[in-house]
Design a protein around this ligand. Sequence first.
Ligand SMILES: Cc1cc2nc3c(=O)[nH]c(=O)nc-3n(C[C@H](O)[C@H](O)[C@H](O)COP(=O)(O)OP(=O)(O)OC[C@H]3O[C@@H](n4cnc5c(N)ncnc54)[C@H](O)[C@@H]3O)c2cc1C
Length: 327
Amino acid sequence: MTKKTIAIVGAGLAGLSCAARLKELGHHVELFEKSRGPAGRMSTKRGEGWAADHGAQYFTARDPLFIAQVKTWLVEQVVALWTPEIKVYEANQWTTFQSQDLRYVGTPAMNTPAKQLAKGLVLHASQTIDALSNKNGQWFLHSAETGDIDKGFDALILAIPGPQALTLAQHLDPDIKTIAGQSNMKGCWTLMARFAQRPEVSFEAAFVNQEVISWIARNSSKPQRTGQESWTIQANPLWSQAFIELNKEEVTGQMLACAKKLGLDCTGAEISVHRWRYASGATAPAISFYTNPELQLGICGDWLNGGRVEGAWLSGYHLANEMTNDF
Ligand SMILES: Cc1cc2nc3c(=O)[nH]c(=O)nc-3n(C[C@H](O)[C@H](O)[C@H](O)COP(=O)(O)OP(=O)(O)OC[C@H]3O[C@@H](n4cnc5c(N)ncnc54)[C@H](O)[C@@H]3O)c2cc1C
């Protein structure tokens, strides 16, 4: 096996699992991430005296490879089971949600497993890669913050949402244009509410159908959460997408009105709102990852593999194996 130098754009769970596996297989890997740290959509918002998971709310594990990863995280104490009382609201009726699924969360915050994976990896944070070029078989990256990255790489991996991969790489390979053009990702307006006291509500989490809101969770019910009583409320994907350009005040008003109708009165609570421009969505069928061996180029991410945390991790892991076997 030839040892390669590989650049990965994006340090969400897909980029991190890909990087960790490539490193394990003997390659030199460097991650470039536009945010200040790793985790991407598996992240946690922090303020004075409070924190709330505002992206992924929990994850499940069904594939043996991912189950093994979750077991490692459990031993490392960076994830734990979350067993909230979950209800479902539909057509003015509440029912109890019945499911045998085990739900995991990062501890003490959702971004902890990503941070754990990032340990020992070379990660360049606050680097938005806005241009790519290939000269004599070497990949070169340009950063919006610092200009040209001063070295070339044998291979390049994009571990970013479909629409962003489309913008960055559609000119490199017509297949990328086709695949990334089908990612069908939708936004998500997310509201975080902090209370002086625990509100009296008959659930700790709720799936809500056919309303402005699609999910409510008591963040403080997750293991090892400290600080102010906090709740996360997510608008439904279709509503979010339709109103993705609406101003925050209007979004807040509509989401709070819906929350009140569902029994969570946020009067007096401190409110923050976050807009995820690309929250969820995936190609159909799932293809796990994409590679172009001639260009030494790969793409991974949840959107190629079902659109969830487990899919993201597996997409990166399998791409790393493929880059080593067939390239
Ligand atoms: C509101 C919300 C709720 C969700 N709920 C759940 C849930 O309950 N359960 C579940 O399993 N999944 C959930 N998900 C989905 C889950 O978060 C994702 O499937 C998973 O985190 C995606 O990982 P990823 O690595 O593929 O992408 P991302 O996490 O999006 O990682 C991509 C990374 O690339 C970076 N990046 C993008 N462009 C550039 C660039 N040009 N240069 C450098 N860096 C760049 C981004 O900053 C980001 O860190 C939710 C997502 C959202 C947003």
